[in-house]
Design a protein. Structure first.
Lengths: 285, 285
């Protein structure tokens, strides 16, 4: 558990870390976030995450709360103060505090910034990866702007809860055309019987995952064939392997979809190798 | 502006009223809300609002944070402490504070409760109603569960901002079939040339508005014909009158849609009468 959080200019004890009740993040989900992996006490792929953060903010016309260099220092300081060597750092930026009114405040408002960090045992991640996770399918019911990494996550909460209640860890959204879009908090991948690695294009219907982008470099270096195209749950069930990517999970093998085993029902060899190779291609600051 | 807010058991000065940064309302939009009109220092249609609140909470499997009678006392106390005679009282309930994880907390967590109130000059509302408001149309881009009055309102924020930037006060969502669903924070109504009052059925695609429900009683008493069916923006532009309903606006005449005048471009006679009659049918506690 994070012991120290950064909130709007202050490092605070986690128990006392709070935001105003009229923070637009609280009343309107009017904010965005990023989750970066911490490894060796360093932030992984910081620059890529910040590029995406800035895009999310631009799309919502929320100002960058501080210079990128300052944000880096704050995030590193939260990691340091919490003595996290392996884990995640969470950054949330909302439009700020203003009297409740849907449209943007008409007077200048400073964006709110919250940063937390917490340790996650690398062994725990490895153990989960050695077992693999199960996914369920879930009808896509999010708004179309999932390319913005906003905190408007109630649909994701309900999908994740549905997954848990069905003994799974992730829900893969399926769009009206019957194709998988992505997971509720991860990107979705399959590997075909002839070793082509398939994931949906980031052009539509999904968030452009950072781990997804780095993994594409890994695939190229390993001379694995990438196909950016939609796939169906049936294709996933018949695939050789499947996995998800997310900053908090790296490459996590998927062994079942809707309780149908994928491949031999155990983590696949390629997914395992991708997980091992990943950090050779990620950047650490 | 509200001077005193109720937050999780305490009456606090507004400037100091805060929630924890890991409140799930802040990180996941995992909460619901109600806005009730205050008139003569009393809460209008409290029972109906609380019935809807309880439905929203049930749909999300969030516990009622306290008995209804206690919630009524708290809301009335916030109204009293802020000396509001005319205005609104806002209630937000989130799933509570828990370490960030999409699925519901696995340990018992107390829901968070926030109540604020603020005065709105009745004269200001009357002045706006005398002029009427303009609406724009906006492609429906919310998730399907708009029947839950959740704080997952980012799409509504953007639609309202788009309306403002086009010189309007409200955005009417238009679904894939070309029909108006509802406004970003109101229900949408038109009156045909032969005096039929038309609004979409609350069965699909909209929130079951409380003001909408009470207004249906008003229509019956005034022997006006109600048609619960979808209508298009073109039908609205060609209508005799149009208006929106919301607790903070009662019945608000609409005089233009996408800058096309409705009727003679002035508030309609029937909408004006509905506004005048409304409170004979509303309950005050």
């Amino acid at each position: 558990m994070s012991r120290i959080a950064y909130v709007n200019g202050q490092y605070e004890l986690m128990g006392a870390a709070s935001v105003h009740i009229e923070d637009r993040g609280y009343q309107f989900a009017d904010g965005v976030y990023e989750v970066c992996e911490i490894r060796g006490a360093k932030i992984i792929d910081f620059t890529k995450h910040m590029t995406r953060l800035q895009r999310s903010l631009r799309e919502l016309r929320i100002a960058m709360p501080m210079a990128l260099a300052a944000l880096q220092i704050v995030m590193q300081e939260v990691v340091r103060r919490n003595r996290v060597r392996s884990g995640i750092v969470y950054l949330q930026v909302s439009r700020g505090v203003s009297r409740r009114d849907h449209a943007f405040p008409t007077h200048p408002v400073a964006p709110s910034v919250v940063v937390t960090a917490r340790g996650i045992s690398p062994q725990k991640g490895s153990d989960t990866a050695a077992r693999g996770i199960k996914v369920i399918t879930h009808a896509e019911n999010r708004w179309p702007r999932v390319d913005i990494k906003s905190v408007s996550l109630l649909p994701n909460v309900l999908a994740k809860q549905a997954a848990r209640e069905q003994g799974a860890s992730e829900a893969w959204y399926v769009d009206a055309q019957g194709f998988v879009t992505e997971g509720a908090s991860s990107n979705a991948w399959i590997i075909t019987k002839d070793d082509r690695v398939v994931t949906r294009s980031a052009d539509s219907g999904i968030l452009a995952g950072i781990t997804r982008a780095v993994l594409i470099d890994v695939l190229a270096a390993m001379q694995l064939k990438l196909e950016e195209r939609p796939f169906t749950p049936a294709e996933a069930a018949a695939a050789k392997e499947a996995f998800v990517t997310a900053s908090s999970q790296i490459v996590m093998p998927v062994v079942a979809i809707d309780n149908q085993p994928i491949g031999d029902g155990r983590p696949g060899a390629i997914a395992r190798r991708l997980r091992e190779e990943f950090h050779r291609f990620a950047e650490a600051v």
